[in-house]
Design a protein around this ligand. Structure first.
Ligand code: 13P
Ligand code: ZN
Length: 270
C-alpha cells in the first residue's frame, strides 16, 4: 500500500474506495459471477502533474479508434478477467490507472501494476468520450449482470421502446423518482465490440441506464455510487414484478394518473 498511488493521493484513494465498495455490492447482489461486469471512473479532475506524468508500466495500447475528447484523461479501470469480489478487497491489484494519449488513439497503464483493463474498453472509453464531448460532468460507467433485468431482456415485448421503463416505474414510486430517465434498450451485440459501444451511446442521449439484450446493464452517473443506485432501484422494481408473478398474478402497477402525479410533484424530466 505504501508504494501505491493511493497512499500518495488521498482523493484518489477515496474515489477508488467507492469503486471497491460498489464492487463488493455487485458480488453480494449476485450480479458479478466470476469476472462479470466492469467499472471505469474518470479521475482526471483529482490528478496533479505528478500523477499525470507517471512513467508508463505498459505504453501505447491501441484503443481501436480515435477518441479525441478523452485525449490526456486518466481513468481507473477494472482489470479484464478480474473478479469484483477480489477488486473490493484490493482495487489496485484487480484494476489499474490508465492515461489516454493526447491523440486519443491509445493508452498507457501508469499505476500501480500492469493490470490489463477490461475487455469492454471499447464501450467504456467510447462512453467517456461521448460524455466529455457533450460537456457532461458524469465520471462513472458501470456494466453489470443483474439476473432479473437480464431475464427481462429475453422477452421480445419488453424490448420495445419504453415498455420496460413504464413497467419498472409503475412497480414502486421511487423507481421513477430515482431513475427518472427510464431504461434504454440495446439490441444484442458482441461483448467488447464497437458495435455495442455505438448502440449504447445512441441510447445514452435519452437514458442514463441501458439494458444490453441477453447480457447486462450499462449505467452512467456523476459517480459510481449514483450509477449503482439506479441499477439497484430498477432491479428492485424487477424483483417486485417477478415476485408478484411468482404469487400467480400480474402486478397491477401504478396507474397512469399516479405516475403523472409523481412526475409533476418531483419535477421529473419525462
Ligand atoms: P472483463 O472481465 O473483461 O471486464 O469482462 C467482463 C464482462 O462482463 C464482459 O462483458
Ligand atoms: Zn458483461
Amino acid at each position: 500500500m505504501t508504494n501505491s498511488v493511493l497512499a500518495k493521493f488521498p482523493m484518489l484513494a477515496n474515489r477508488i474506495g467507492e469503486v471497491a465498495e460498489v464492487a463488493g455490492y455487485l458480488w453480494q447482489k449476485g450480479w458479478a459471477e466470476r469476472n462479470g461486469g466492469n467499472i471505469t471512473v474518470n479521475i482526471s479532475d483529482i490528478a496533479d502533474d505528478s500523477l499525470r506524468n507517471l512513467p508508463p508500466l505498459v505504453a501505447g495500447i491501441p484503443i481501436g479508434r480515435p477518441l479525441s475528447n478523452i485525449g490526456g484523461q486518466l481513468f481507473y479501470c477494472k482489470g479484464t478477467n478480474k473478479r469484483m469480489r477480489d477488486l473490493s478487497r484490493a482495487p489496485m491489484q484487480h484494476g489499474s490507472i490508465v492515461r489516454i494519449a493526447t491523440d486519443g488513439l491509445s493508452y498507457d497503464i501508469i499505476a500501480d501494476y500492469p493490470v490489463k483493463p477490461t475487455s469492454e474498453m471499447a464501450s467504456h472509453m467510447s462512453i467517456h468520450d461521448y460524455l466529455l464531448g457533450k460537456g457532461s460532468s458524469y465520471k462513472a460507467v458501470l456494466h453489470t449482470h443483474p439476473i432479473d433485468l437480464v431475464a427481462m431482456t429475453h422477452h421480445r415485448e419488453f424490448l420495445q421502446k419504453d415498455v420496460l421503463s413504464r413497467l419498472l416505474w409503475s412497480m414502486i414510486p421511487e423507481t421513477r423518482a430515482f431513475c427518472p430517465r427510464g431504461v434504454g434498450i440495446v439490441p444484442y451485440a458482441l461483448p467488447g465490440s464497437f458495435a455495442l459501444a455505438d448502440a449504447t451511446i445512441r441510447e445514452l442521449s435519452d437514458y442514463d441506464v441501458v439494458l444490453w439484450e441477453k447480457h447486462g446493464v450499462c449505467a452512467v452517473g456523476e459517480n459510481i455510487m449514483e450509477a449503482f443506485d439506479m441499477v439497484d432501484t430498477l432491479s428492485k422494481s424487477a424483483q417486485i414484478y417477478l415476485t408478484a408473478k411468482g404469487m400467480g398474478f400480474v402486478p397491477e402497477g401504478m396507474t397512469d394518473a399516479q405516475m403523472e402525479e409523481m412526475k409533476v410533484a418531483f419535477h421529473l424530466p419525462k
